[in-house]
Design a binder for this molecule. Structure first.
Ligand code: HEC
Ligand code: HEC
Ligand code: HEC
Ligand code: HEC
Length: 479
């Protein structure tokens, strides 16, 4: 209890109160103490807030990230963006792809999601359990390649549902920030010649999140068994990881192509939740020196002292408390700015997504014609495929990034503008190839969206099915 008395004193003396006050310790905590309850006695506030991530977040506050709010509905990306089930058909993401929810649930949600999403094997646990590094050290290649259920059973029984825990971000001894997943983030940073020892305190307040809120590649062996997981930043610099480099790294090795897209038959890679990459690529807030924790873990009052809010969530859902510490414009103005950016992102994402889907459907037609003996110009076809893939990876990148553009508005629109032009170029080349081969293509390609949305295999989600199919190519102000 003594820590409760010393902490406010510290805060009075140092107005900012920006670092762990090193409260008097009640019990000592092992460096790698996995059990959060062992941390609770020393840090009751952080524990209580961390545990609150199991509660649903308030409904009706966020415009687009209606994750798992108190309204009880599950929102999934596939019905929010109907071009996605078409493009992702062929593997797990095309079956179930939900909006995120509180940290407490991360491992439980993997256990509950459609089993197609766990097919990659044990490797899926990398961002879902604090034991990933230990399992990988102990079991080596088996950690990646053995079935998910097998590797999951290697976690101690009482922690088989434990997601991100104190140990993931803190050293036991003094609660200093640390990176637990060395084989992923540690390796990726070394690859970019970024020395963790030279990381500033602000860097660390971002890097703890970058253990998971990043894209990754699950590379495959000849039998398509998972053999490794790594972050595709091979050509990048810290603070400048861009989509061009990510695509280049993915395409540099066939082992990085994780699945076969049903509609085109192409083997492709994938991009997941690149929050760190988009934010740290020269965004205004990054350049102004902000970290993830500045917006997602603002100080909250706990009794008579202040702690970092470990109930991590969308800033829109907690009254933009973080933002108003720096911005005097007030909550309404800020909410409006967030919506302004997100509306524009969604408009362009939908348009570029549908454009890419149009190319995919034309590939399907040309592939069919070719299998029936038609001669399709190889040069045109290959060029169209290259443009198509460039568009595809860009829309997956922005579609998977969870802020809908807010983390870096300018970069988001640049990436989507490029996606649109690559998709249009691909379509033009495909139409030229079709014309040369005497294949008729209607002006408007039927995307059969309803088919892809509803035909997702065994398990049907209880998703909001009132999907509105607007015509993305109708000329209007914006979508
Ligand atoms: C060990 C991996 C891991 C770490 C470290 C991590 N996250 Fe997460 N985060 C996740 C996963 C997985 C989800 C989705 C959970 C689900 O849907 O079950 C998530 C969800 C979220 C959400 C959505 C919450 C909601 O209520 O919908 C936010 C916001 C978030 N994380 C921010 C952060 C920030 C900021 C940090 C760093 C301080 C961080 N995360 C560190 C894995 C991680
Ligand atoms: C996803 C990463 C993450 C997890 C999980 C996490 N923390 Fe933190 N924690 C942070 C960050 C970031 C800060 C801010 C640190 C700073 O600026 O020095 C912080 C700050 C703290 C501090 C310093 C005082 C304060 O509140 O600012 C303590 C103590 C602490 N955390 C304890 C815990 C405990 C106990 C748990 C588990 C119940 C936990 N943390 C889980 C990221 C995390
Ligand atoms: C300048 C403030 C700011 C910074 C810095 C910031 N974010 Fe965000 N983040 C936001 C806003 C605003 C949203 C949009 C929330 C919404 O639409 O409900 C968001 C959304 C998210 C979401 C989705 C939340 C949900 O409910 O689905 C995640 C996950 C996330 N951010 C993680 C991160 C990570 C990781 C970092 C650092 C790499 C980071 N953010 C940096 C403000 C910020
Ligand atoms: C630690 C301080 C800090 C926090 C916290 C912060 N910002 Fe900012 N924000 C800045 C700075 C600095 C700028 C650069 C422009 C300026 O000086 O006003 C900026 C710029 C902006 C802009 C203008 C950007 C543009 O492209 O026009 C918006 C909008 C904005 N912030 C919204 C938010 C929102 C929403 C949050 C909370 C989710 C937030 N900020 C949190 C410091 C902060």
């Amino acid at each position: 209890m003594k820590n409760k008395i010393f902490y406010p004193l510290f805060c009075l003396v140092f107005a900012a109160c920006s670092k762990s006050a090193d409260p008097i310790k009640i019990s000592s905590i092992a460096d790698k103490e996995y059990e959060p309850q062992k941390w609770q006695a020393n840090y009751p506030a952080e524990y209580e807030l961390w545990e609150k991530t199991k509660e649903p977040t308030p409904a009706g506050k966020s415009y687009y990230k209606k994750g798992w709010d108190t309204d009880g509905k599950i929102y999934d990306k596939l019905s929010e963006f109907p071009y996605m089930p078409l493009l992702f058909k062929g593997w797990g993401f095309g079956i179930e792809y939900n909006e995120p929810r509180g940290h407490y649930h991360m491992l439980k949600d993997v256990l509950e999601v459609d089993s197609a999403r766990r097919k990659a094997g044990g490797v899926c646990l990398t961002c879902k359990t604090p034991y990933a590094q230990e399992l990988r050290d102990k079991y080596g290649k088996d950690y990646f390649s053995k079935p998910f259920e097998t590797v999951h059973s290697w976690i101690p029984k009482n922690h088989r549902e434990l997601g991100v825990a104190c140990v993931s971000c803190h050293k036991g001894e003094n609660a200093d920030l640390r990176i637990l997943n060395d084989f992923t983030l540690g390796a990726a940073l070394r690859n970019m010649n970024f020395d963790l020892k030279s990381a500033s305190h602000q860097d660390m307040r971002t890097l703890v999140c970058a253990q998971c809120h990043v894209t990754y590649v699950v590379s495959k062996d000849k039998e398509m068994k998972s053999q490794n997981v790594f972050f595709p930043w091979n050509n990048s610099k810290y603070g400048k990881i861009n989509i061009e480099d990510i695509i280049k790294t993915i395409k540099s090795d066939p082992a990085n192509l994780e699945w076969t897209q049903a509609v085109t038959g192409f083997k492709l890679g994938f991009i997941r939740h690149p929050e760190f990459e988009l934010f740290s690529n020269q965004s205004l807030h990054w350049k102004a020196g902000l970290s993830c924790a500045d917006c997602h873990m603002p100080y909250v009052r706990y009794g008579s002292y202040k702690v970092s809010d470990h109930r991590v969530m969308s800033p829109l859902k907690n009254g933009l408390r973080a933002c108003v510490q720096c911005h005097s414009q007030g909550e309404e103005w800020l909410r409006d700015r967030i919506k302004f950016t997100q509306d524009r992102t969604v408009s362009m994402l939908i348009r570029s997504g549908y454009s890419t889907a149009v190319s995919a459907k034309i590939f399907e037609k040309l592939n069919k014609a070719r299998s029936e003996g038609k001669n399709i110009d190889k040069n045109l076809y290959d060029k169209a495929r290259e443009y198509y893939e460039q568009a595809f990876y860009r829309i997956v990148f922005i579609g998977a990034e969870n802020s809908l553009g807010f983390h870096n508005p300018q970069e988001t629109l640049r990436v989507l503008a490029d996606a649109s032009s690559f998709a249009a170029k691909s379509e033009a080349l495909l139409r030229q190839a079709a014309a040369q081969a005497g294949i008729y293509l209607p002006e408007k390609i039927d995307l059969e969206l309803n088919k892809y949305l509803t035909d997702r295999g065994e398990k049907k989600l209880n998703f909001d099915s009132k999907v509105e199919f607007k015509d993305p190519f109708k000329i209007q102000d914006y979508f």
